[in-house]
Design a protein around this ligand. Structure first.
Ligand SMILES: Nc1nc2c(c(=O)[nH]1)N[C@H]1C(S)=C(S)[C@@H](COP(=O)(O)O)O[C@H]1N2
Ligand SMILES: [Mo]
Length: 320
């Protein structure tokens, strides 16, 4: 297990990370000692989380198997992109400081009636299920996660958007006192809060999943608790974590990464092995927690669900 982990960590994600601040190697190795602490914190949380009794939820048979091994929890919950905390992959200890109760989500913009809903009320109103999804980061690594959550389309029905709503815009918390990466000065060029968006048509697709749990338990903070999105056919940066606001808009939202570097990270960001990132190939991916390098699939293998969304849109930069 140790060897498996160490190998996964030592693989050269630093060569392909989108950030320009590379990980300090000594800090990186030192972080390994925090695993046991995380396991303890995770257990404590599972006992105190008011939503704990909702897990595990029943598995959606259409998504019970992603065709690859599920990435071990210990790896997945300790290897994360969450720039609010810092730009390394080792944010899980810092993320524990995020208060996730009380937590509410604002629904506003082009809707019949803007509302603010407490996370536990939202959980009661939505149909929770488990789905095993593949995740492909733009940095050319991938993982497989048994998520628990509800369909974004069910959330959209709850929000009752107006006909003028063409996009759904998601926003993460902005808490510089808790999340050091958001402190002015440190990474002050970063356009906080983190924002992402999809079209209304994409939001109505079967795949987009509002995630509240993973591995049959409430979601670890490192993975975006208490609410994150997962869009399995798009590069991972679209799958925004720590959501506090969902707005329905007539204008296309500009995502965090698009704002930082529009020439490399666009609105659509659909996975395509044939369209290279300006600085690296997207043809294959490293399987997190293993030494394996496997071919990347168009739409991350979810084309049967989503390809029709993009018919006639060949002029759009669909794959960056
Ligand atoms: N708020 C927020 N959401 C985010 C990110 C982030 O830095 N901040 N990183 C994204 C990226 S690049 C990836 S690959 C996934 C990682 O999710 P994971 O930590 O559960 O593996 O979260 C995405 N969502
Ligand atoms: Mo990513």
């Amino acid at each position: 297990m140790n060897i498996l982990r160490r190998r996964g960590w030592e693989l050269p994600e630093r060569l392909v990370t989108p950030e320009h601040v590379f990980l300090n190697r000594r800090a990186f190795l030192a972080a390994g000692t925090g695993i046991a602490a995380l396991a303890v914190a995770g257990r404590a949380r599972a006992e105190t989380d008011p939503s704990a009794s909702l897990y595990p939820a029943s598995v959606n048979p259409a998504f019970k198997d992603a065709g690859r091994d599920v990435t071990p929890f210990e790896i997945n919950s300790t290897y994360n992109n969450y720039y609010e905390f810092n730009t390394s992959k080792r944010i899980y200890e810092q993320a524990e400081a995020l208060p996730i109760r009380p937590w509410s989500v604002v629904i506003d913009g082009e809707v019949e009636k803007p509302v603010t809903i407490a996370i536990d009320d939202l959980l009661k109103r939505m149909t929770l299920e488990e789905r095993v999804y593949r995740h492909r980061c733009v940095e050319a690594w991938s993982m497989v996660v048994p998520w628990t959550g509800f369909a974004l389309s069910e959330f959209v029905s709850l929000a009752k958007p107006l006909a003028s709503a063409k996009f759904v815009r998601f926003e993460t918390f902005n808490l510089p006192d808790v999340a050091a990466g958001q402190k002015p000065g440190l990474f002050s060029s970063m356009p906080w809060p983190y924002v992402e968006g999809v079209t209304i048509a994409e939001a109505g697709n079967e795949l987009p999943f509002m995630v509240t749990g993973a591995y049959g338990k409430p979601l670890p903070k490192s993975m975006g608790a208490p609410l994150r999105l997962h869009l399995p056919w798009k590069y991972g940066f679209k799958s925004i974590k720590g959501i506090v606001r969902v707005s329905f808009t007539s204008e296309r939202p500009i995502g965090f990464w698009e704002q930082l570097q529009a020439s490399e990270y666009g609105f659509w960001a659909n996975v395509n092995p044939e369209v290279a990132h300006p600085r690296w190939s997207q043809a294959s991916e490293r399987v997190l927690g293993t030494d394996e390098q496997i071919p990347t699939q168009l739409f991350n293998g979810y084309g049967e669900y989503v390809a029709a969304l993009y018919a006639g849109m060949e002029k759009e930069p669909l794959y960056m």
